[in-house]
Design a protein around this ligand. Structure first.
Ligand code: NDP
Ligand code: OAA
Length: 442
């Protein structure tokens, strides 16, 4: 797709104007380049019109409405991102890395509302890493997305060099090096899980195709929207030119929840808990592994002798934590999910501490444990910090752990069959286990 096609045309039903993919640019994507001292300022007012910016002098120009039949142009800058200025800390910027493109779907949703500000602050990719945020919304959420972009502007993040918003994944995912796929329809009352798999699966099939067409060939994709394991499977199957290994389903929140419960029971601070694996599906069949986990470097079972609690209380607490939280809070985990997305990304871009590992839902083909090939299953991973990972080999299994793993594997195999029409593997047959639920469903 050419860069000139990066302008989305969406006719607004309520006006005679066209709505564009809005692009906020700091004017210099290569931030190590010294920038011009000329200034230009654009007013907001872009809800029904597109902003034009003059870059010549200190002038302020009012928004200019654009007619539908005006030819497509490159997206233009807006507001503060139109300012061109001398970088005071020029020396510092020389140590900055090359700008990276991060696409986020469901960008007007609750999780994104926490996550985007963490990304822009440097907390995720580090203080030397400038970023461009490419936010994917929908017609339904477009105004909210504009509001999110305005809040990003007002936050004055030095590392945030570009912000663009749009509703077409083929535009928003252009050159994305990270794609954080959060947007998904929540399961409503009376909706069967098979319906949810189908509705959300369509979204992830389309987004997989778009990533395949326009994203960086080495894009790392983290699927958060539920049911995230099978959505990740659908996405990767629709993106055959991107390595399947690059796709992750978020189970880091479950890992964090498990660490918290183990710490609580053992009476230690949670930084003493390590080597926690979540096996399988991000659902109530997930298996928080206390056999391989450690507290203060010791096997959990040597510290917590209450096996009944580990097998029942602990396991169920982690599996159903999301649902209990919804009952209390009235909505699903958003802040802690955003934190876990940060943790998941940081685990891939920083070397894993010696002897430890992290959990991620990854493609099973070639796994050393004997888990069925061809599904996305949470397993223990280590990374050198280069964005890639390897599966941890030195884990042990007992009958309890293995029987639980087989149950969550069976659920994912059933989900795989249920979405065969979306993965190019034939006709879908939906025979899902009756008790299968998302963590938030109780
Ligand atoms: N893996 C995990 O650990 C966790 C996963 N989740 C999942 O993350 C997802 C997002 O959660 P959260 O941000 O709280 O949800 P919100 O409801 O706040 O936002 C979800 C976004 O999804 C988008 N969406 C896409 N398609 C549809 C559709 N057909 N109907 C309605 N909305 C749609 C909407 O944006 P738009 O209109 O712009 O497309 C909406 O803004 C959910 O699927 C949730 O279950 C939540 C917690 C933990
Ligand atoms: O079910 C949901 O939407 C929430 C969820 O995944 C969780 O809290 O783990």
């Amino acid at each position: 797709m050419s860069s000139s096609m990066a302008v989305a045309e969406l006719t607004s039903p309520s006006s005679s104007y066209t709505r564009k993919t809005l692009h906020y640019s700091s004017q210099f994507s290569n931030v190590s380049t010294r920038v011009s001292s000329s200034r230009s300022v654009c007013f907001p007012g872009w809800q029904k019109s597109r902003i034009r910016c003059s870059l010549t002098s200190n002038e302020v120009q009012a928004p200019v409405a654009e007619k539908i039949d005006e030819p497509k142009k490159k997206p233009e800058c807006f507001g503060v991102f139109c300012l061109t200025y001398d970088l005071k800390a020029e020396e510092e910027t020389k140590s900055w890395k090359k700008l990276i493109n991060i696409a986020v779907s469901g960008a007007a949703g609750m999780i994104s509302n926490h996550l985007l500000f963490k990304l822009a602050s440097g907390e995720v990719f580090g203080p030397n890493q400038p970023i461009a945020l490419k936010l994917l919304g929908s017609e339904r959420s477009f105004q909210a997305l504009e509001g999110v972009a305005m809040e990003l502007e007002d936050s004055l993040f030095p590392l945030l060099r570009e912000v663009s918003i749009g509703i077409d994944p083929y535009e928003v995912f252009q050159d994305a090096e990270w794609a954080l796929l959060i947007g998904a329809k929540p399961r409503g009352p009376g909706m069967e899980r098979a319906d949810l798999l189908d509705i959300n699966g369509q979204i992830f099939a389309e987004q997989g195709k778009a990533l395949n067409a326009v994203a960086s060939r080495n894009v790392k994709v983290l699927i958060v929207g539920n049911p995230c394991n099978t959505n990740a499977l659908i996405c990767l199957k629709n993106a055959p030119d991107i390595p399947a290994k690059n796709f992750h389903a978020l189970t880091r929140l479950d890992e964090n929840r498990a660490k918290c419960q183990l710490a609580l029971k053992a009476g230690v601070f949670y930084d003493q808990v390590s080597n926690v694996t979540i096996w399988g599906n991000h659902s109530t069949t997930q298996v928080p592994d206390f056999l391989n986990a450690k507290i203060n470097g010791l096997p959990v079972k040597e510290v917590i002798k209450d096996t009944k609690w580990l097998e029942e209380g602990f396991t169920e607490k982690v599996q159903k934590r999301g649902g209990v939280l919804i009952q209390k809070w009235g909505r699903s985990s958003a802040a802690s999910t955003a934190v876990s997305v940060v943790d998941a990304i940081r685990s891939l871009v920083t070397p894993t501490p010696e002897g430890d590992w992290f959990s991620s839902g990854v493609y099973t083909t070639g796994n050393p444990y004997g888990i069925a090939d061809g599904i996305v299953f949470s397993m223990p991973c280590r990374s050198k910090g280069d964005g890639d990972y390897e599966l941890v080999k030195d884990v042990i299994f007992d009958d309890y752990l293995w029987s639980r793993i087989k149950k969550t594997e069976a659920e994912l195999l059933a989900e795989q069959k249920c979405v065969a029409h979306l993965t190019g593997e034939g006709i879908a047959v939906c025979d899902l286990p009756g008790d299968t639920m998302l963590p938030g469903e109780m």
